[in-house]
Write a protein that binds this ligand. Structure first.
Ligand SMILES: Cc1cc2nc3c(=O)[nH]c(=O)nc-3n(C[C@H](O)[C@H](O)[C@H](O)COP(=O)(O)O)c2cc1C
Length: 212
C-alpha cells in the first residue's frame, strides 16, 4: 500500500515538473554585441501606428526583455532599468499569439499566465491583425518599502517610463518599432491577469519589426 502511494506521488511530481516546463519559455542569454549605437537609436526613435505581423524571433524577444528590465549585475541582482529605492516594482507581461507571459528576470524565463491570444483587448477596432508582441508594464507598489500611496504611484509611473524607454531604444537599435500607450482597458486587464489592488497597469507597448 505504502509503495503504491509512493509511486503515485512520484508520478504526480514528474507530471507537475513536465507541466511547469511546458508553461515556461527559457529565454536565450542576451547577445550584447548587436544593434545601433545609443546615439543612433536616439536619432531614429519614433512612435508608430502601423505594425508588421511577423512573429518576433526567440533571440530578439530574449534580448528585448533583458534590455527592458533584465539583470545586468548578477552579483547584486540589479537591473538594466533603475527603480526608486531599487524596489524593482515593474513587471513585464507580454501578450503574444499563444498566451500571456510574465518575465521572470531572475531566471530569464517567461512564465505562462494565461493561455491563448488576448492581444485584441488592446485594439479599439474589431480586427484580426495584431502586432506580434505587446508588452504591458505593471507596477506592484507594495514593493516600495515606504511612502504614501500618492508618492508610490509617482515612483511607479517614473519607473515604468524608464523601462519603456529601454524597450523603445532597444527596438529602434535593431529595426523594430513600438508605441508607448497609457490608454487601455484596465478593468478587463486586471480581471484577465488576476491583478491585486497593489498592481497597476501603467503602459502598454505594441512592438513589431519595421514595416517595409
Ligand atoms: C506616458 C505616455 C502615454 C502615451 N499614451 C498613448 C496612448 O494612449 N495612445 C497613443 O496612441 N499614444 C500614446 N503615447 C504616444 C505619444 O502620443 C507619442 O509618444 C507622442 O506623440 C510623441 O511621438 P514620438 O514618440 O514619436 O516622439 C503615449 C506616450 C507617453 C510617453
Amino acid at each position: 500500500m505504502k509503495k503504491g502511494i509512493l509511486i503515485c506521488w512520484i508520478f504526480a511530481l514528474i507530471t507537475n515538473l513536465f507541466a511547469q516546463n511546458k508553461e515556461s519559455i527559457v529565454l536565450n542569454p542576451p547577445s550584447k554585441d548587436r544593434g545601433k549605437t545609443v546615439i543612433n537609436a536616439l536619432s531614429q526613435r519614433a512612435s508608430v501606428r502601423e505594425f508588421d505581423t511577423t512573429r518576433i524571433s526567440h533571440q530578439d524577444m530574449s534580448d528585448l526583455l533583458w534590455a527592458a528590465n533584465g539583470i545586468n549585475r548578477p552579483e547584486t541582482g540589479m537591473r538594466t532599468a533603475s527603480s526608486a529605492m531599487n524596489s524593482q516594482d515593474i513587471d513585464i507581461f507580454i501578450f503574444i499569439e499563444n498566451g500571456i507571459y510574465i518575465y521572470n528576470a531572475q531566471q530569464h524565463i517567461l512564465e505562462l499566465v494565461v493561455n491563448g491570444d488576448n492581444r485584441k483587448i488592446f485594439s479599439r477596432q474589431e480586427t484580426d491583425s495584431h502586432p506580434p508582441l505587446i508588452c504591458l508594464l505593471v507596477s506592484d507598489i507594495s514593493r516600495f518599502s515606504r511612502g504614501e500611496n500618492t508618492q508610490k504611484l509617482e515612483w511607479a509611473a517614473i519607473d515604468a517610463g524608464i523601462v519603456a524607454q529601454n524597450i523603445l531604444l532597444f527596438c529602434t537599435s535593431i529595426d523594430m518599432v513600438g508605441r508607448p500607450r497609457a490608454g487601455m482597458n484596465k478593468k478587463i486587464i486586471k480581471v484577465l491577469l488576476s491583478l491585486n489592488e497593489t498592481q497597476y497597469p501603467l503602459l502598454n507597448i505594441p512592438i513589431s519589426y519595421k514595416k517595409d
